[in-house]
Every structure is written in structure tokens, then in C-alpha cells.
Write a protein that binds this ligand. Structure first.
Ligand SMILES: O=C(O)CCC(=O)C(=O)O
Length: 252
């Protein structure tokens, strides 16, 4: 990757609500990351809290779709989030100290990987203001067939949209009025190669299609950083987590 121009990155992030950095990781770095993901899955899942990992089909471990808080379980993923080049870019885009919140894994297993509902991460974060970024790094080739991310350009400038419950494990909330003319006109698909990095603002609307391929998975890493100056609405968050637990137990 040629040297990044932080000023240009920040300008396009502020304007569009996202940036795309091709080849952010070298093929060697992607190989190391893939090896660590594989190691993590076999070593750590047995000790992870429920709610930190999800399968498309609970009875089939090959359908692992999502993991979160990986940095809490493993030093490799901790070092990815803190004191890293990801953190450096987060600080540039936020113009703030960046607090690493979580390291995630997103897969869409072949054929059964479900769509990611349109949403704004800020709805889940409950921050005032929604001063945070999400990074999404392709671990393999991702395109329209296996479910690339789509961004609605400029949507971060238009505030929070209404969200409601979805049936998608790991993405319990989605925008209820998504699909306006403006959404459709401004939507941009983001195919990516291994090592390419997407970064979006906490208010940027995004979604992904399901995986239509019968042979290819769709694996990616996610990293979330909050701006240190934003305040977490702790009460709202607690209420929301309780609601999720109740939904999971089928109480509501
Ligand atoms: O990987 C996906 O399908 C969506 C990821 C996402 O919504 C996010 O990183 O905020």
C-alpha cells in the first residue's frame, strides 16, 4: 500500500460517511490474520460467553457467522485493536483519542449466510454524540455474490433513522423505513479484496446481501472505536441489553 494521505481520507470520510482503503494489509498480514482467526475458533470458542458468538445453524459449528469481543480472549486480537495502525486511522478520522471497543468477525457461510439488515451502528452504540467509527476488513474476496457491504453515501449527515426488531441473529435492529428513493439513489456496493479496509461513521446506513454462492464463504473482521469525547448512555444501553436477553429467551 502506498503512503496514506490522512488529510484526503478525513475529507472523504466527512463528506461521504465512509472510506475505502485498498490493500490496507499486505497479503502476508492477511495470511497471518486468517491463521489467527482459525486458531482462535478452535482454541477460544469453548471458553467464550454466549452472546459473543453466533452460528447460522446452532447444531452445525461449520456455520459460524459472527464473533465479538475477540480482543478480550486473545492477545493477537488485542494488539490489532490497541496501539495499531487501525487505531491510528481511527484517531485521524475521529479527530479524537480512539477507544477500542471490540474486535469482531463476520462470516456469511455459503448459501445460508443471511443478509445484514440496513442499520446505523450508532443505534446500537448509544453514544452522545454518535462519534465513532467501524472498520471492516475483508479476509477474502467479497462481491455481490457472497454478500458485500453497501453504504448509503452521505447518510451520516442526516441523523438517526427509526430502528426496529429484526429476525437476524447478531443484528437485532434494522431501519424500519429503509428503501426511500434517496436511499436507493445513494447506495454504493463495496466489493473488496483480501486486506482491503472499509471504514464507516456510526450514522452511515449500511447493509449487506445474503451469501448466494454455494461454495464461497464471506469472512471479514470488524473493529469498533468510540471517540473519547463521546459519552455512552449507560442506562439506555443497560435497558437495551436486557431487552435483547428477554427477546433471546422469548419473553417478548
Ligand atoms: O459484515 C456485514 O455484513 C455487516 C457488518 C456491519 O454491519 C458492520 O461492520 O457494522
Amino acid at each position: 500500500m502506498s503512503a496514506l494521505n490522512f488529510k484526503t481520507l478525513k475529507e472523504s470520510f466527512d463528506r461521504d460517511g465512509y472510506v475505502f482503503i485498498p490493500g490496507f494489509l499486505s497479503p502476508e498480514e492477511v495470511k497471518t490474520m486468517n491463521e489467527n482467526v482459525k486458531r482462535f475458533i478452535s482454541e477460544k470458542i469453548p471458553s467464550m460467553s454466549t452472546g459473543h458468538y453466533f452460528y447460522e445453524d446452532q447444531n452445525d459449528p461449520s456455520t459460524l457467522k459472527q464473533m465479538q469481543d475477540m480482543e478480550k480472549y486473545d492477545p493477537y486480537f488485542q494488539s490489532l485493536a490497541v496501539g495499531s495502525k487501525f487505531e491510528e486511522i481511527a484517531e485521524t478520522l475521529l479527530s479524537d483519542k480512539a477507544i477500542a471497543k471490540t474486535v469482531e468477525y463476520f462470516n456469511k457461510p455459503p448459501r445460508i449466510g443471511k443478509a445484514t439488515p440496513p442499520h446505523q451502528d450508532g443505534y446500537y452504540f448509544m453514544l452522545k454524540p454518535a462519534h465513532a467509527v467501524t472498520m471492516w476488513l475483508a479476509l477474502e474476496e467479497v462481491d455481490g455474490d457472497n454478500g458485500c457491504v453497501h453504504y448509503v453515501k452521505g447518510s451520516h449527515l442526516k441523523g438517526m433513522r427509526p430502528h426496529g426488531k429484526t429476525q437476524t441473529l447478531g443484528f437485532s435492529q434494522g431501519i424500519t423505513d429503509f428503501g426511500t428513493e434517496e436511499d436507493i439513489a445513494n447506495e454504493v456496493p463495496m466489493p473488496a479484496k483480501p486486506g482491503d479496509l472499509l471504514i464507516h461513521h456510526a450514522l452511515t446506513i449500511h447493509r449487506a446481501e445474503g451469501n448466494k454462492s454455494i461454495t464461497r464463504s464471506r469472512r471479514a473482521m470488524g473493529l469498533i472505536y468510540f471517540g473519547a469525547s463521546a459519552k455512552e448512555d449507560v442506562d439506555a444501553k443497560e435497558r437495551y441489553m436486557k431487552q435483547l436477553q428477554e427477546e433471546r429467551r422469548g419473553e417478548v
